[in-house]
Ligand binder design. Structure first.
Ligand code: ARG
Length: 265
């Protein structure tokens, strides 16, 4: 069943790839900012056509990755846990997102530990799944558990192409998830098997297309168009995949989910 969502997005007005902090990024590749903006506008229109609300945060010149709003914070039960970026190139984004929420009356908690917001936290009905290995520190998992009073389950990422949890796993409806098993350590794979015995398992091709960087409202799944196997499997399970082309933003290692920060009341 679809549930209406509230998202925050940031227009890629200053998008470019001028540093490399993940294997997708190559500063010698040309980027087309107008194309990135068109792809992003399309994504926003898809959300709005589905009845979701999209709020915007102003992009800041010199912060090319600020378009990846998912990394800006984690919002659960109306409480905002701030980000603290691993790499100095993105560090100023944390305050910008925290200020945005504070100005709108949300209770905000700045992070003590390194964490990249919803990029490394996936909220399900029972638990919050939390990635570590590349960006977010385990200390942040504990911090989030204390703040939200929800059990946080640590998952270890092992493939540098899937450096954020949201590049390797997404939740379909709060109850179950889709993921790429090879992105996780053996122990974490076993944890996922126990927690989600009926999960959708993605293929290597789906993962390479950043197909796990998808956004589901419980029924509609906004997903990179190239993730063909995964779309078929989602249809078989009764979901409605809505393919989007995010090829330009993928040059920075991002897809639809990275561009989307959910406000959970
Ligand atoms: N270039 C950005 C980085 O490496 C991409 C972030 C993608 N965001 C995400 N939620 N996976 O930090």
């Amino acid at each position: 069943m679809a549930r209406t969502r509230h998202y925050v997005m940031c227009r890629p007005d200053y998008f470019t790839v001028k540093y490399a902090i993940n294997p997708w990024m190559d500063p010698s590749t040309d980027t087309d900012r107008d194309l990135a903006i068109r792809q992003w506008e399309k994504l926003k229109a898809v959300y709005e056509d589905l009845g979701h609300t999209v709020s915007l945060i102003d992009p800041i010149e010199g912060l090319p990755d600020m378009v990846f709003a998912a990394n800006g914070a984690l919002v659960v039960d109306g409480k905002v846990y701030g980000a603290r970026f691993r790499h100095p190139q993105r560090a100023p984004e944390a305050d910008a997102y925290l200020a945005w929420f504070a100005e709108r009356g949300f209770p905000v908690t700045p992070a003590e530990h390194v964490n990249e917001g919803e990029g490394d936290f996936v909220v399900t009905d029972e638990v919050v799944l939390a990635g570590t290995g590349f960006r977010t520190d385990v200390g942040a998992h504990h911090e989030a558990q204390e703040l939200f009073g929800r059990p946080v389950v640590t998952l270890r990422l092992v493939d540098p192409r899937f450096y954020h949890l949201d590049t390797a796993l997404f939740t379909l409806d709060g109850r179950t998830v889709a993921y790429y098993p090879e992105a996780f350590s053996p122990g974490s794979r076993e944890v996922l098997r126990r927690l989600f015995p009926d999960a959708v398992l993605a293929t290597a091709a789906d993962a390479q297309a950043l197909g796990l960087n998808a956004v589901s409202d419980g029924k509609n799944v906004i997903i990179n168009s190239e993730a063909a196997d995964l779309q078929l499997e989602l249809k078989r399970r009764g979901f409605d995949p809505i393919p989007v082309d995010m090829s330009e933003l993928r040059k920075s290692g991002g897809g639809p989910k990275c561009c989307t920060l959910e406000i959970r009341r």
